[in-house]
Design a protein around this ligand. Structure first.
Ligand SMILES: NC(=O)c1ccc[n+]([C@@H]2O[C@H](COP(=O)([O-])OP(=O)(O)OC[C@H]3O[C@@H](n4cnc5c(N)ncnc54)[C@H](OP(=O)(O)O)[C@@H]3O)[C@@H](O)[C@H]2O)c1
Length: 273
């Protein structure tokens, strides 16, 4: 990966994970800067990783070749208009946004720049197991795309989408999806407690099973998900009883409807930020 001078504007959870991943993969601390209004998170980043820090976004943006826009979506407009007031601070630089719901057109409007890559990471990025969607317009160079991809691979896996609405699909299928699994796991753990297990044991059973199931999926890329399920579902057995119940109650349709609701909300947010 090219070691371009990289600034993170906003030093919150996501920036911290990306910085940790980059340092772990050999990116030089001297080529990274983070800026944030308050000092606390900056001091932690400086202590833990030895990167440069600043409370001045303009200073970070002026120093960098690549700028990661990592503030909350509702802070983006104010932050960018402050920076964009400083002549040539952003001019011609690669901007990589990790903010949910901000379209490239809106980012261009706010920053005056067109060299923009929009990404949609998810929360497991915080533990290095993220899933990030990336989108860039046709004018963005392949070298910039490669750079952004490697950047996001510091915290997990990546997927390019050809059209910008693909980011909304990624949001419904991955961005919002950790919570779907948490909800399912919560319902399972609560039922296990009703059966008589204590909460610690119930959580362990559910957590380890989810981890094991996900790892089996990853370890068998050539086996379809329905085949993996069939392999552990003997006719007339206990698993078959549970699966039949899920399907009779319309679980697949429920999931489809829930994901569609997330997709529609993602599209709606894009028009509001
Ligand atoms: N966390 C995730 O899993 C996840 C997933 C997908 C997308 N994202 C996106 O990633 C972005 C960051 O999320 P996060 O979870 O890292 O949020 P976060 O922990 O709240 O971090 C945001 C940081 O931005 C700082 N900030 C606020 N105003 C600023 C300004 N004008 N200039 C510079 N920094 C400013 C905040 O500082 P103070 O706290 O000092 O105010 C905070 O440290 C968001 O746009 C979010 O949509 C996050």
């Amino acid at each position: 990966m090219e070691k371009r001078k990289l600034a993170f504007i906003g030093a919150g959870n996501m920036s911290r994970s990306l910085i940790a991943g980059l340092i772990q993969s050999g990116y030089p601390a001297s080529a990274i800067m983070a800026s944030n209004p308050s000092r606390g998170k900056l001091d932690q980043l400086a202590n833990d990783f030895g990167i440069h820090t600043s409370q001045d976004n303009d200073q970070a943006a002026a120093w960098a070749e690549v700028i990661v826009l990592a503030v909350k979506p509702q802070m983006m407009a104010g932050m960018l208009s402050d920076i964009s007031n400083v002549d040539s601070t952003l001019s011609g630089k690669l901007l990589i946004s990790i903010a949910a719901g901000m379209s490239v057109a809106r980012l261009t409007e706010l920053s005056g720049q067109t060299r923009i890559i929009r990404t949609m990471p998810n929360t497991p990025s915080l533990v290095g197991l993220g899933m990030t969607g990336l989108y860039a317009g046709a004018t963005v160079a392949q070298t910039d795309r490669d750079y952004a991809e490697l950047l996001m691979q510091a915290v997990g896996k990546t997927l390019w989408v050809a059209a910008e609405d693909g980011i909304n699909q990624v949001t419904a299928a991955a961005g919002s999806a950790p919570a779907y699994f948490f909800l399912f796991m919560q319902a399972m753990a609560e039922q296990a407690v009703r059966f008589g297990l204590n909460e610690t044991d119930a959580r362990l059973l559910v957590q380890q099973t989810a981890l094991g199931a996900a790892n089996m999926v990853a370890a068998n890329p050539d086996v379809s998900l329905s085949e993996l399920r069939a392999q552990v579902t003997s006719k007339g057995g206990t698993t078959a009883q549970a699966i039949e119940h899920f399907q009779a109650q319309g679980l697949e349709q429920l999931v489809a409807d829930a994901m569609t609701a997330a997709l529609l909300r993602a599209r709606e947010l894009e028009t509001q930020l």
